[in-house]
Design a protein around this ligand. Structure first.
Ligand code: FAD
Length: 395
């Protein structure tokens, strides 16, 4: 594995880091208002971030998902705004679905809009529970006039600002065991209602809301892949988003480290800079360890997804778990190292509020643990079943 950036990726990182600075400058106000930084988003989209992984023949820049991640890491390294980054994650999920799983007709309809930066959603969670995805009940029901979608998704990132996106649901007429299906819809279609923007503790610059379906029309173009093939595709998309949490955490932590270093070098206690004290050094070393590990987990996850290896899902879950846990620890260190200055209602404490949400969004830390165990168990059973064959071959 080679996680060194190419010259092109270094350039992407630097270009988008500059745009991230604009997000940082606006973040405090957008957090207070609970609003989305549209100006920075549009600038970033115009710069072409969403075109990076798309083939040239489809209007993109012909790069890879790793190139796209390098640009996203650039934004994360300066943005100081997890909300802005979470909006990017919701959007890149919709890009990945259309690019990797979409039919030519679906690409023709949605790809250009996504690349232009019309925001997308990836909607799975329902009021009955976000962790237990198999319980989802949003359903496309048959009518004389074709399929109509009913039900409601909750807490969906970007819903108040999005124009389209992926909705995970069911087609019950396919039968209980194989009915989960992914739909891709325009959110201004008849039969789709958006709820009010939610008033969240953190990640407030990335608005969330419910999306209700009261008979929205589902045509063949609104179905991703084969009807009933949703779970398989969904886990690939979820894994991809999980992989990207690592660079979000790493970029934010690197920025926290810069701020913390300035603080501990300049602040004196007992006639010496804070930086001279081992407890202080330990906090910052732990932050650095977290940043390095989270970053590497993203690129390892992307590489494994690209190679479609058996352990791709585990690696992506490990990355998401570490990103959620380590970002929160780092944000606590950031606040602690700044003393009362970190405890005031400002850009430092905001990062702690934001980090709490990282452990929940994209599947909670507990769920990553469960996924890791289930994958290990699955692998164990595969190996156990395969063993007699190996033994027979050996004999
Ligand atoms: C900022 C933010 C953005 C979000 N954006 C989106 C989005 O764009 N799209 C989307 O679909 N969803 C989104 N969500 C919702 C998120 O995916 C869910 O909140 C999450 O999956 C948890 O689901 P839940 O809230 O229903 O909690 P529950 O599933 O009810 O879980 C509650 C608690 O119980 C724990 N738990 C549940 N089951 C187990 C178990 N078997 N063993 C141990 N512990 C368990 C969980 O870890 C959690 O701590 C977002 C959430 C946040 C915070």
């Amino acid at each position: 594995m080679n996680f060194e950036f190419s010259e092109y990726q270094k350039d992407l990182f630097t270009r988008y880091a500059e745009i991230g600075q604009q997000a940082a400058a606006n973040a405090q106000q957008h957090d207070a208002d609970g609003s989305f930084d549209r100006a920075t988003w549009d600038r970033m989209s115009r710069e072409g971030l969403w075109r990076i992984p798309v083939p040239r023949a489809l209007g993109g820049l012909g790069g890879s998902w790793t190139d796209c991640a390098a640009a996203m890491e650039g934004v994360a390294s300066t943005a100081e705004d997890l909300g802005f980054l979470v909006t990017m994650l919701g959007h890149v999920g919709s890009l990945r679905i259309i690019l990797e799983e979409g039919s030519p007709e679906q690409k023709a309809r949605w790809l250009e809009t996504i690349m232009q930066g019309h925001v997308g959603v990836t909607a799975m969670t329902e009021a009955s529970g976000g962790s237990d995805l198999a319980r989802m009940s949003v359903s496309a029901l048959p009518t004389e006039d074709g399929l109509r979608l009913h039900g409601e998704k909750v807490h969906i990132t970007n819903a108040p600002i999005a124009s389209h996106g992926m909705i995970a649901g069911r087609i019950p007429s396919l039968g209980e065991k194989r009915d989960i299906t992914l739909f891709f819809v325009d959110l201004d279609a008849d039969g789709i209602r958006l709820g009010a923007t939610e008033d969240n503790l953190g990640i407030r610059t990335s608005p969330t809301a419910n999306i209700a379906f009261d008979g929205a029309r589902i045509d063949p173009i609104n179905i991703i892949g084969e009807p009933g093939d949703g779970l398989r595709i969904l886990y690939r998309i979820i894994s991809f988003e999980r992989a990207l949490y690592g660079i979000m955490a790493s970029g934010l932590i690197e920025n926290m480290l810069e701020k913390s270093m300035q603080r501990v070098e300049s602040r004196q206690a007992f006639r010496r800079p804070l930086a001279d004290y081992q407890y202080v050094q330990g906090r910052m070393s732990d932050m650095k360890i977290a940043s390095v590990v989270c970053r590497l987990m993203t690129y390892a996850g992307l590489e494994k997804l690209a190679a479609n290896t058996d352990d791709a899902s585990i690696v992506c879950s490990v990355g998401k778990f570490l990103a959620g846990e380590k970002l929160l620890e780092a944000a606590e260190h950031l606040v602690q190292l700044h003393g009362h200055l970190g405890f005031m209602n400002n850009h430092l404490s905001r990062q702690l509020r934001d980090a709490v949400g990282m452990r929940i969004a994209g599947g909670t830390s507990d769920i990553q643990r469960i996924n890791i165990f289930n994958q290990m168990r699955h692998q164990h059973h595969l190996n156990a079943n395969a063993a007699p064959v190996h033994m027979a071959a050996a004999e």
